[in-house]
Design a protein around this ligand. Sequence first.
Ligand SMILES: [Zn+2]
Length: 303
Amino acid sequence: MKCKICNTENENIHYILRNSKVIKCKNCNFHYSTYLDEEFNSDAQGDEPLTDELRNYLRHQLQNNKQRFSSQVKISTEYLEGIESPKILDVGIGGGLYLSMMSATNLKPDSYGIELDQLRLKFAKEEYKLKDIYSLPLQDDFWIENHKNSFDLITLWDVIEHVNSPKEIFECSKILLKDGGLLIMDTPCRDTFYHKFGSFTYKMSNGKLPTFLNIMYSDHPYGHKQILSKKDVDSLCDLSGHQLKYMEVFHELSFPIKFYLKKMFKSSLLVSVMNPIVEVILNLFRIKNKMIFVAQKHNNGNH
Ligand SMILES: [Zn+2]
């Protein structure tokens, strides 16, 4: 399977994990799963109603960490300062909290959003009265035909690790952003303790103990298909005509800790016992696991 960044043909599986097979590119070192989601087709989705169970999940699991959303709004507004009613696009809006918070800022942005999951889209419309949100992928002609060279900001919060082709996302961003427009993303970072530790235990145990790697990659639909390194982000920016303005590695858990423990351990007793201990350890050490970066579309037209 060809490397999704540099196109090198790679045959060898580097990690065989519980839910995924991961290839490490022999040329550029990019790590990606062999799995690809089926081409998205919104017609295939039925018109299911929203359930309270899903509302609860979106409010209290997916949008559990309120600090996370405040930080996203903070960095976005900082970079948009001075632009009147900036036009923004959030890709993978989830429950819609970020867009809703952005709309409430005094920037008064012209907000657009993408969410491929119809039920989440429905929730965002119902809960936050968001209007210009669509279940059309970024690659869809709709965006190019109606919004070419027009956005001041495109954001992807915890999204790039889920897509089939990260390179395509960067290329679409280049087409849809204004000259000088900004692309901001956060995503798990491969140059951090969890991935390194997972790779260490995997190696030492001949593949029997992948520890953290097992929760970092998954072949479930819209699971994590790649974990980018800082160098991968550099390459993707270069290839797509963006200039990296800012990058930082930081600590952040999107979900409650129990959510991750349940993924790692099957025994619910073990999860209950571990939860308070892990909580203390994580709060004490705040081990960095993610990166955030800001890239700017080059001003020189067709880079
Ligand atoms: Zn490669």
